[in-house]
Design a protein around this ligand. Structure first.
Ligand code: ADP
Ligand code: MG
Length: 254
């Protein structure tokens, strides 16, 4: 059996004494798409941020690619990683946020080039070639000289995805990537994500797009109040919810 890409066991996280993740268990198999749904404030972003080392969980075990997050095991003991090591681990995980978070003063091409050069030490020309390839992959080959302000929200989000892919991540996290978009621009971003899923990328997607979840996800998790209330095949979970909480949530979003 191969190691899962992400494995959470009893993960807990509190802010100022309020527990927002209450013993979360989650397994993400390599090459699979996991969708995370749940009401606002249920802990979805916090879980992604813990997986991406942006937040430290308080207890429980969280592993990415078999490695304990934030710690390293040597001679049977756990040692906290230093900042440099944490950055190294984080560079292997791509993250796309609701707001596109592009560098406003850089062109689309430069946005995709900069991390490769600064973080990975890739040669500038090599980085540019790769950026052009990725722009074409997300359908924006003619936009390389455009600044974010000259692009639509959907185009900016596709640049953000290309920028994350440029780092050659082994895992991609999406936190409501289409929630800030005008409805007519949602499809173009979901199409890029579907294409990425087909290419075998391991992905965790927080989304309210239930059709995407049903069509693309291998596994769906429903988080409510920091607890995984239901999980499984999205076609089963969405069609026959077992809990009143999920039924009530679905009646609001569908
Ligand atoms: P979701 O993404 O599902 O909407 P979040 O993970 O953002 O939920 O938030 C879960 C809970 O944790 C919310 O009650 C939120 O107010 C709280 N929270 C999130 N981040 C912080 C923080 N940095 N400090 C204090 N509370 C936070
Ligand atoms: Mg959130």
């Amino acid at each position: 059996m191969t190691t899962p890409m992400v494995e959470a066991r009893g993960v807990r996280k509190s802010y100022a004494g309020v527990e927002v993740l209450k013993s979360v268990d989650l397994t993400v198999t390599r090459g699979e798409v996991t969708c995370l749904i749940g009401p606002s404030g249920s802990g979805k972003s916090t879980l992604l941020r813990c997986i991406n080392h942006l937040e430290k969980h308080d207890s429980g075990e969280l592993r990415v690619d078999g490695q304990l997050i934030g710690y390293e095991a040597r001679d049977g003991k756990l040692y906290e990683l230093n900042d440099k090591q944490i950055c190294g681990e984080r560079a292997q995980i791509g993250m796309v946020f609701q707001r596109f978070n592009l560098f406003q003063h850089l062109t689309a091409l430069e946005n995709i080039t900069i991390g490769q050069v600064k973080v990975k030490g890739v040669d500038v020309e090599v980085a540019k070639a790769k950026a052009r390839e990725l722009l074409s992959r997300v359908g924006l080959e003619n936009k390389e000289k455009h600044y974010p302000s000259q692009l639509s929200g959907g185009q900016q989000q596709r640049v953000a995805i290309a920028r994350a892919l440029a780092m050659e991540p082994k895992l991609m996290l999406f936190d409501e990537p289409t929630s800030a978009l005008d409805p007519e621009l949602v499809g173009e971003v979901l199409d890029v994500m579907k294409d990425l899923a087909r290419s075998g990328m391991t992905m965790i997607v927080v989304t309210h797009e239930m059709n995407f979840a049903r069509e693309v996800a291998n596994t769906l998790y429903f988080l409510d109040g920091g607890v995984i209330e239901e999980s499984g095949d999205p076609r089963v979970v969405l069609t026959s919810p077992k809990t009143e909480r999920l039924r009530s949530f679905l009646s609001k979003v569908l």
